[in-house]
Design a protein around this ligand. Sequence first.
Ligand code: ATP
Ligand code: ATP
Ligand code: MG
Ligand code: MG
Ligand code: MG
Ligand code: MG
Ligand code: MG
Length: 270
Amino acid sequence: MANSKFEYVKAFEKEVYLLPETYMVVRVDGRGFHKLSETYKFEKPNDLNALELMNKAAQSVMEKIPEALLAYGDSDEYSFLLQKNCEIFERREAKLTSTFSSTFTAYYNFYWKDYFPNSPLTPERLPTFDARVVLYPNQQNVKDYFSWRQVDCHINNLYNTTFWQLILKKGLTPQESEKRLMGTLSSDKNEILFTELGINYNDEAEIYKKGTVLIREWELKDDQPSLNERELSKRQKDRLRKKFRKAKIQKYHIDIINEGFWNERPWLLE
Ligand code: ATP
Ligand code: ATP
Ligand code: MG
Ligand code: MG
Ligand code: MG
Ligand code: MG
Ligand code: MG
């Protein structure tokens, strides 16, 4: 099929090759989930099944894409850290983002029925996800990126918990609840929850407060080659990929805003 007179149009295609020697983080986010969560009657503020479905889709993506070493998710989003220097899709941006969004979307839809057996999907509102990739030049940026997402989870969850409890327990309308919370600090929300609603925020489930971390747990052995692929031969790379694929993916709801988390797992940032 080579060399037809039409083939010149191929030259109009533009590829973005992502900068080598940088960390790639891919974030997927549900499209219009504010509305979708109403259509399918997610529990507010936190539907546990919806969160576990996100976790299932993310875990499935990690199983399919071994370069993804770590993932962090909350609400309708998930961020994936790829191995530094990996050559996935020759680092072509469009391939990377479209594959993550479509793979995540496919698994989310496939497993929907296991998590929402009584709310079948309708073609008028199918869940879909966008994706973007961001490059970070150093380890501190990567740590700060994941801290940023976990802080965001915390801030949103504290707000949403207070907002919805004012509605559910005190009978406020959404407008009244929003007005009540306008300009309040975290400490104010904690106080409203405690004194007016009888809720100690600390007792809320960890998955709501901290989100979910998925880690390809990898046992470090001295004789193992560096994970930095550039230094390896093709055969070594293949063997390493195979091993990686087999490494167990573990799920946690823990604090990732601390050096200990990263120090215990040096292979994540190698
Ligand atoms: P966009 O398409 O721009 O991302 P969006 O409506 O998806 O718009 P987000 O900022 O991504 O907006 O917010 C996602 C919204 O989805 C949340 O604000 C919340 O209303 C809802 N949502 C997501 N996950 C859950 C959940 N587990 N339980 C309840 N509601 C959820
Ligand atoms: P990549 O992931 O790089 O796109 P690929 O395996 O999808 O790799 P393509 O160049 O996209 O490679 O080719 C798609 C292949 O899928 C075809 O070569 C053919 O083997 C198969 N295929 C697609 N559609 C059909 C079909 N309708 N019937 C039979 N085979 C098909
Ligand atoms: Mg968004
Ligand atoms: Mg969204
Ligand atoms: Mg979102
Ligand atoms: Mg193809
Ligand atoms: Mg094709």
